[in-house]
Structures are given as structure tokens and as C-alpha cells.
Design a protein around this ligand. Sequence first.
Ligand code: ADP
Ligand code: MG
Ligand code: ZN
Length: 615
Amino acid sequence: MNKYEVLKHYFGYTTFRGGQEQLIDAALDGRDVLGIMPTGGGKSLCYQIPALMFSGITVVVSPLISLMKDQVMALKNVNVAAAYINSSLTFEQLLKVYDNLRLGIYKILYIAPERLESGGFAELARQLPISMIAVDEAHCISQWGNDFRPSYLKIVDFINSLSARPVVTAFTATATEQVREDIEAKLRLRSPLRVITGFDRPNLKFEVRQPRKRSAEILELVDKRRDKSGIIYCMTRSNVEKICTLLEENGFSATRYHAGLDDAERQRNQEDFVYDRKTVMVATNAFGMGIDKSNVSFVIHYNMPMSLEAYYQEAGRAGRDGEPAECILLYSPSDIHTAKTLIEYSEESDAITEEEREKLRRRDYERLNRMIEYCKTTKCLRSNILDYFGQEHKDFCDNCGNCGTVFKQKDITVEAQKIFSCVRRVYSRLGYHVGIAAIVRVLHGSEEKRIVTWGLHELSTYGIMSDVPRTYISDIINYLVDLGYAVKDTTYGALVLTDRADAVLFGGERVVMEYREVEPKVSKNKKSKEKQKQQQQQQVTDSDLYERLRKLRFEIANAQNIPAYIVFSNATLAEMASKKPTAMWEFMEISGVGRTKAELYGDRFIEAIRNYINA
Ligand code: ADP
Ligand code: MG
Ligand code: ZN
């Protein structure tokens, strides 16, 4: 079989994605390669296809048990002889794998880096015909990355201990220059072919929202995405608990993941999510590395993350199957306060000097500021991200919250003046600064006891904004903080004016607020009513069939005890629902249907489609 035949036969695809073919060709030619592609870019095929074509065995170094398990399960399901070696195996299971290795049964062996040098594996490996070593998640070898794993440094010793040097290939989604150089140096790659593909993920729709009440927003968002698999990231464990409970109380199928749960429960919850027994995962950032679940349709951030790298990594867990997916960040100005507190009080090891600590802190603030910029920009969000990764792009992507929104401007100079003079008056009355909530009460004319005991009801600014809702006043104050006219003190959250406020009060400076118009702008190429209606009907019928196919997939997955996305991806189901193949040859033309899967599942899916058409 040539590489195209392998691609169709085992994986069911007819075309390669960007970068795959070059990397595969080079490896087949015996050249080392380094592939840098975004999450979901299709790195696995870049070593799996050569592995299937080489005469010997391919050893894949992978950092996590769950990753290996997932991949081996998927390979076995299409009749590829594969296995893994990691700490989850019993001694008997390990011996069995060793026996099979000696017999030359496997094409692909996944192994944890710690295992390369232990349990006699290295001795055994010297007798095996190893054609290729593939290092997955290769950034783990670099101290510059976020997931440094010291055991990755042993890989090169292992390679050197082999009787003949196999082709060495490495893959990662981390694009920074430092990490790339580190990988090449530490793995001693020999003039590798480097392929760095674009970092854009066109199927992801990015959006930033600033809701009044985030918990209500979450309920609404999840409700509109019923039956879709999604992740909700929260900054703290207590938020995870709160949101998960909220969802469960409202009848949603949710589970949770954070470092405070014991191993067994974390494992169970993760599997419930991966196997689609629970549709929503609420988690801290402890969840995700090693999750290859391809049918995640949305990732919602309940809090703003600490950096854009972290955000893109977490949000990028949506839509690995290439289907449209959403990444929604719920932003609140209070997140900035929380993040700053986290930076100020972060526990670095005692081993570093005060100077180094200061350097780290400055770096964290820079990252945070870049993240805040993303939350506030009114320009294309995708452009904002790609700028960060130094990639060229169009000005508008037409697939993000900002590209679909018209921003309106409103002069809020008078409001700002009222607010600023109120802050000044309160300060001169009390001799200290108070928080936003108290300022809002004074401006709104609250009769609360505290306000009266403090004598704030006697101020001339008392009640001068009683004609607007309190939430509107606090929105404006937060906006003024964003613009730098005032700051929130990091310890107590007290509101303090900066010098810039004087320019508005006394210097004639005007303040303009940009806000989102509620109705999204109408698409330029308006479709005719008739066409829209037709399309809607088409979609309704398709999604009925899609639902049936999804149920069938779920039944099959349960019976086989594998995750549903290993049976077929969402993209494959969607194509079936629209093309409606009723003969085996048609069925085999669907992307994602290879030989084995057609044999395994073809009849049942075709039957379901026929029944649907004839009903
Ligand atoms: P990565 O490791 O780069 O994050 P994966 O290797 O897990 O990505 O692939 C992500 C998804 O893309 C998988 O569902 C895989 O089957 C699919 N995929 C990979 N290559 C292709 C291709 N050439 N055509 C269609 N789908 C592909
Ligand atoms: Mg991968
Ligand atoms: Zn855009």
C-alpha cells in the first residue's frame, strides 16, 4: 500500500492536511523530522502512517497514560497491532507485551519515557527491528515549556543504546523558538525537516462576553448547547464545585475535575466525560493535558485565564475533529483583580533570589496584560491571537464574536464627571477610599444605614444618578477603570482616581464608551427568504438523522466499551447525515470511513439511514 492507500484504508481519509504529507515523506525517506502543528492539526497520522509502512516497529514516546490508551484503542479498532507500556500495566500484562514484541506482532508501541530504561526494556529493544522513534508532545523535553518532564531527557540515551539508529521524529504544538531549538538539541535530531504549519484553527469561533451574572449566562449557554459535549474552565476549585452543582441542579449532565478530588474520582469523572456519559466537564486548568477527545463542541471560560498561551491551549481543546466549535470567554473586570492577587501571592520556590522573583512577576504581568487586551479588544479576536503567535492573517475572520458585532460609541463624559466628583467627595468626608459598591450606592441615592451613618447622604453627589440602574453605574465605573481613570487597590478593592481623572473633571477631556450593539450585524450577502427557509428545512431533516446516527454510535461504543469518537467522529456522522449513503460503496466514500470501520459498522449505519429515508 502507498501512503494514500494507507490513509484511506486505516483512517478513512482521502486528503492530507497541511504539513502531514511532507513530514510523512521525509520520515519514509529516513530523515529526522520536527513537526509543529496546532492541537487537532493531525500530528498522530504523521508518525502512524510511516509506522504502518516501515518494515520494523515504531516506538512512540508519549507523556500520559490516557493519551496512550486512547491512541492504542483507536488503532486496535482499525486492526492495527498496537500496545503500550506504562505504569498502568500489571507485571503479567507487561510480560505479555514483551513476548509479543519478541514475536514481532506489533507495528506500533507506545511507551512512557520512564519505561525506556527500566524493566529490561532497553535490552529487549536492542534485539528488535526498530524503524522509527516518534516523540509525541516533544515540548516536554524543554525546560522552557510549561510541561517539562525530566524523564524526556532519557530518550536520547535510549536512542544511542540501540544497535542501529532509527529515524527520529518529534511533534509538538508549542511554537516558541526556544522550545523548538531545545527539542532539536536535546533529542540530537540530525538535520531534521522542520515543518511549522499555521496556528489558525478556522473551525473555532472565538467570543468574549461580559455578562452581568456569569452563572445565569452559563445556564443559558449550556441550555442552548444541549447534547453537545463541552468543557467549562474555572479559575478556582470552589468555582468548579459551584458551577457543577448549579448545572446538575438545573438538570444538565455535568461532572467535575480539580486537584482537590482523589485520584479515583478524577479518573472516573474524566472517563464519564470522554465516554459521553456526561456531556459537560467543569474543571480547573488541571484538566486537559492528555485529553484527545475529538468531539468537544465548546469550551467556555468562566474566568479569564492568566495568559493568552494558556487560553489558546485550553480553548483549543474544542473542535479537534474539524467541526465548527465555540470558544467563549466570560470576562469580568473582577478577574483582573483576582489574577493580580494570584501573581502577587504566588508561591515560588525558596531557591530563587528576590531579583529572579521580580523578573518572573514582571513576566506574569506582561502575559496578563496581553490577556486583558484580548478581552477588551473590539477588533477581530482571531487576528488578536494570531498576532501574538506572529502569524500573518486577514483583518477580519468573519468567525469571531467581534467580526459579527457592530460596536457603538456613546459619550459618557457627564457620567464620568459625576462619578469622579463623588469619589473625591466621599474621600474628603471619610479620609479613606471605599469600594465601587459604596460609590454606586451614594450616586444612586441608597438609604442604607451604612450610607447614612457615614453621613454620605449629605454629599452634593448623593442621588445624582438615581435615574439609572445601579448595574449601569457600576458598568461605567468598571469601564473607567479599564481606561485607566481610576484603579482598584489590590488589597481591599477600594476605588482610587488617577491623575487622568483630573483631565475629565477640569481639562475638558471627553470620555467615549464603546459597546456592543445587541443585534448582530446582518450578513452582507443577504439570502432570499425562500432560500433561508429551504436551508432551515434541510437542516432540520439532517439533524434528525444526525441524532439517530449519534444514538447508534453511542450504543455501539457502549457495547464495545470505547469512546464514541473512536467509532466515528462528529464530522464523519455529519457527512453521513447529509450524503445519506445507502450502499456500501457510497458509505465508503465518507471521510473517516476506512476499510475496517466499513466492515465493522457499515451495515448498521446504512440500515439506520435506509430506515430514516423510508420512514
Ligand atoms: P494532534 O495530535 O495534532 O492534536 P490528532 O492527531 O489527534 O491531532 O488529530 C486530530 C483529529 O484530526 C483526529 O480526529 C484525526 O482523526 C483527524 N485527522 C487527522 N488527519 C486528518 C486528515 N488528513 N483528514 C481528516 N481528518 C484528519
Ligand atoms: Mg496529539
Ligand atoms: Zn474575527
